[in-house]
Write a new protein. Structure first.
Length: 439
């Protein structure tokens, strides 16, 4: 069973490369650990994931606003929050033959190297923030970090948002963007990366109401995976953190986990960060970061509930959850049963041959559908079955085929991905018919 599951990760990794979702970064130079590039279909899939998050976290609500803050921030930001001191993982090194490095907390209770069986060093704290320098002089005074989370932007800009927008507690600030962690061990494809993308929202509440809002956001976020992304509910679970694994800033935290081929892994953490960050920044910056309740004139530092998700982990989850193989007329058909809202292409349009008359009609159909759907035009002229298989492998819900009969009856064939059933539809009704099917 484990072998079978690991096999699934290998298959998805291979498909991702073959079909233009994910490539190893700088591959012609041998790649670089924990870094990946996203190809054309990967970009489309990620854009859909981000848009669906933004739609549900910001656009469909009136209590959350957006922000884009910088990746490099003032060095004091990370001193104030304790990241310089505490954003560390326990590193152990093999003293035997292989000399590999591991995260002690990933190894369990063993004191032997999992690769060569050699003895392990004592754990030491390793800070996973990347360092660089700002300006031309590379001394310690010019040292800055690449952010390891997007969240600090929301805390540092809290006062600006409150004074420039008409927000009232409870309200949230949301951000999507790159974060960087010099992970000791990377791996499991794009699960653990050194450069990755986060989608985080800091929701500011009255102290005392934090417990209720924490529960609210745990529910809300769990349902998003099932109802909006179409991830199988039975592959998801909630895991509250034990007290000893809480991050230094959190009072409570619950992970939303997916059953990956290598076991349960975190997709998103929903944490109660209390007033830790605002209080720390107030103290270090000297700025008053309290909030004045307009109705009661009460002043307080809000508590914060934070749902923090990663685009890359959601992406690999979508691919794994959707991957399916079935036997069709003696051949294996690989199909990604992606939810239509995340599928890179919604409708593929294929003239049966490269004949001018067919291409003209196919281009017309493309122009009609393009404003309504994510459309791909495929005129490669290869065997139609092979072109369907290619669309199956990237998860396209519908293919539209324009054939010679189209020139007579002004109708086309809709072919559905999951059932492979076909329906003949007049071009004049095609847009409405597809809207109905997608509804
Ligand atoms: P882990 O325990 O797996 O290292 P974490 O608890 O440190 O993760 P958080 O700090 O809660 O992660 O980050 C929020 C989200 O950001 C995670 O749920 C995950 O989706 C994403 N994330 C964190 N680290 C990475 C990484 N190295 N690669 C890809 N995504 C990541």
């Amino acid at each position: 069973m484990i072998g079978e599951r690991q096999d699934l990760m290998e298959k998805v990794t291979a498909l991702s490369k073959r079909r233009g979702f994910v490539y190893p970064s700088s591959e012609i130079y041998g790649g670089l650990g924990g870094l990946y590039d996203y190809g054309p279909y990967g970009v489309a899939l990620r854009r859909n994931i981000r848009n669906l998050w933004w739609r549900h976290m910001v656009d469909l609500r009136d209590d959350v606003v957006g922000l884009e803050s910088t990746i490099i921030m003032h060095p004091q930001v990370w001193v104030a929050t304790g990241h310089v001191e505490n954003f560390t993982d326990p590193l152990v090194e093999c003293r035997g033959d292989c000399k590999q490095r591991f995260r002690a907390d990933h190894l369990g209770s063993t004191d032997r190297c999992p690769v060569c069986g050699g003895p392990l060093s004592e754990p030491r704290r390793f800070n996973t923030m990347f360092k660089t320098h700002i300006g031309p002089v590379e001394d310690t005074a010019s040292e800055v970090h690449l952010r390891p989370e997007t969240a600090q932007g929301m805390f540092v800009d809290f006062k600006n948002v409150v004074s420039s927008m008409r927000v009232r507690v409870p309200f949230g600030i949301a951000q999507q963007g790159r974060s960087f962690r010099n992970e000791i061990t990377h791996g499991n494809f794009i699960f653990r990366l050194r450069e990755f993308e986060q989608m985080e929202m800091e929701y500011f509440v009255r102290p005392g109401e934090d417990g209720r809002w924490h529960e609210h956001w745990i529910d809300e976020r769990f349902n998003w995976y099932v109802e909006v992304l179409g991830i199988r509910r039975e592959k998801l679970r909630l895991r509250p953190h034990d007290k000893d694994e809480l991050a230094h800033y959190a009072k409570a935290s619950t992970d939303i986990e997916y059953l990956f081929p290598f076991g349960w892994g975190e997709l998103e953490g929903v944490a109660n960060r209390t007033d830790f960050d605002l209080r720390a920044h107030q103290q270090h910056s000297g700025e008053d970061l309290s909030y004045l309740e307009p109705d009661t004139n009460e002043r307080y530092i809000p508590y914060v509930i934070e749902p923090a998700a990663g685009v890359d982990r959601i992406m690999v989850t979508c691919l794994l959850d959707a991957y399916d193989e079935e036997e069709v007329r003696g051949e294996t058909r690989v199909v990604l049963r992606l939810h239509r809202d995340v599928a890179p292409v919604e409708v593929a349009i294929m003239p049966l041959s490269k004949k001018k008359e067919l291409i003209e009609v196919a281009r017309q159909v493309q122009r009609t559908l393009q404003p309504a759907f994510r459309v791909e035009y495929d005129q490669t002229g290869g065997h139609i079955g092979r072109r369907y298989r290619r669309q199956d492998e990237i998860g396209t819900p519908y293919c539209i085929t324009i054939d010679f009969a189209t020139l007579e009856d002004r109708a086309v064939t809709i072919r559905e991905r999951d059932s492979m059933e076909q329906e003949r539809v007049p071009i004049a009704n095609l847009l409405d018919r597809l809207r109905e099917r997608f509804a």
